[in-house]
Design a protein around this ligand. Structure first.
Ligand code: SAJ
Length: 420
């Protein structure tokens, strides 16, 4: 078959690692996106993906990879994988508009014999109840004229140990033949394919993975609040519990849960369960607890300043790390925003220090950036460590700051340094 072995729709942090591994496996790969800036950058060998270097891109282009805005490429593709975002809308409900749009585009160009795989994280039933009817508007029938499958993405940006090739790939097909076809496709460049009986089981596996994290993070967050009142050093108890070689996985309290997966994916599950007429209480409770953490951080800052006879109003507060997790530049759903909003509301004079963030605004108001950590620490009435970027000198923070609230449990406590 002329054309391409694979066209990927959505050239982001999920689509591009897939393009890289498939190209390296010798497949002819095309990338389709709606953003001309992405397409131009990729064809010019300029990567905008943290985990993909320009050298990686050059090798891909030499291997035949090409990016395009022209959807007609889909008609020349043996396999099509949809890797577009599935965010929440302003009502905290699943927003499948990107998936529906991409699927409609596929339907306009779908050819007999093609394999279509959805990778976007979504509620169980999406592939069968949303994608399949759209695709069948082409006149072709899923499982008969074309293959249809779901395979959750497990790309963890910044993870140096696990990538697409060595992370087991779950695959669920609309039919058994669809599953086999999709398993064979991924088996060309993924070390371990994990077939399941249907698309719903594959969709649910992903939601379970990340709901598990969300709920357990909420557990330790809630424990952090009452352990502080009980005078128990929870951080020490967590380390002690972690010595159990089985049946326990360590999670740590924090200022709130950010990112594009953990705060979002469980909502896709609770949305589905609510359609049954009752709530998924674990998820809804976890959301309430995790979303309360920024306010709790603010209360602890207020208490710390109060001990020094300082009101929050007019005090200088330095925020260290405003991304959603350490050592990456991603700010999506970062808890630093609600923390900053609450402190500004109380009249704090905010500044921030984050090597990954050059400019930062809260509700449109630019927050001064401190370039010199030592100087910033000495100036601030209180410092709040939100993300422990590896480049931060923890000894310097302990020595130079006046007061510190450590929300990550990485500093040594003292009469000036408190942990969450
Ligand atoms: N967090 C805590 N306490 C913890 C762990 C995380 O407060 O014990 C916070 C983080 O600070 C962050 C948020 O939760 O704000 C999410 O952190 P995360 O470590 O889950 O990182 P993510 O959002 O990048 O999650 C991704 C997920 N990967 C995929 O969905 C493919 C997740 O399944 C991975 O387990 C996670 O990366 C990872 O292990 O890094």
């Amino acid at each position: 078959m002329t054309g391409f072995d694979l066209t990927i729709i959505g050239l982001g942090y999920v689509g591009m690692p897939l393009a890289k591994e498939a190209t390296a496996a010798g497949l002819r790969v095309a990338g389709l996106d709606v953003d001309p800036r992405k397409v131009d950058a990729l064809n010019a060998g300029r990567s905008y993906i943290d985990d993909l270097t320009d050298a990686d891109l050059d090798a891909m282009i030499s291997g035949g990879f090409t990016a395009t805005l022209d959807a007609s490429v889909l008609a020349q593709s043996h396999t099509i994988v949809i890797c577009v975002p599935t965010p929440l809308d302003e009502d905290h409900r699943p927003d499948l508009s990107a998936v529906e749009g991409a699927t409609r585009t596929v339907a306009e160009h779908l050819q007999r014999g093609t394999l279509v795989v959805l990778e976007s994280t979504t509620w169980p039933g999406t592939t069968d109840e949303v994608a399949r009817p759209i695709l069948e508007k082409s006149g072709l029938v899923a499982g008969v004229d074309f293959h249809l499958a779901f395979s959750p993405e497990r790309i963890d940006p910044g993870n140096a140990k696990f990538g697409l090739r060595n992370t087991p790939k779950v695959v669920g097909g609309y039919t058994s033949a669809c599953k086999d076809r999709a398993s064979a496709f991924y088996g060309q460049f993924v070390e371990r394919v994990v077939p399941v009986s249907g698309t719903r089981e594959a969709e649910m596996a992903k939601l379970l993975e990340n709901t598990y994290r969300h709920v357990n993070i909420a557990l330790v967050n809630e424990m952090a609040i009452f352990c502080d009142e009980l005078g128990v050093n929870l951080w020490e108890s967590i380390e002690a519990a972690s010595t159990k070689p089985f049946g326990f996985q360590k999670f740590l309290p924090g200022p709130g849960v950010g990112g594009h997966c953990i705060p979002v994916d469980p909502s896709y599950l609770s949305y589905t369960v609510r359609k049954l007429g009752y709530p998924f209480r674990f998820v809804e409770l976890a959301q309430e607890i995790n979303e309360r953490m920024p306010s709790y951080v603010t209360t602890r800052v207020q208490r710390l300043l109060n001990q020094a006879r300082k009101p929050v109003n007019g005090s200088s507060v330095l925020l260290l790390g405003v991304t959603y997790k350490p050592d990456i530049a991603d700010e999506r759903e970062t808890p630093a925003i609600p923390v900053a909003e609450a402190l500004l509301e109380l009249g704090a004079e905010l500044s921030f220090c984050d090597p990954y963030v050059k400019e930062w605004s809260v509700n449109g108001a630019p927050i001064p950036r401190e370039a010199d950590l030592a100087e910033a620490l000495a100036k601030a009435d209180v410092t709040v460590l939100l993300q422990q970027h590896s480049v931060f000198d923890l000894d310097l923070i302990e020595e130079r700051s006046n007061l510190v609230l450590d929300t990550r449990g990485v500093l040594t406590t003292s009469d000036r340094v408190e942990r969450l």
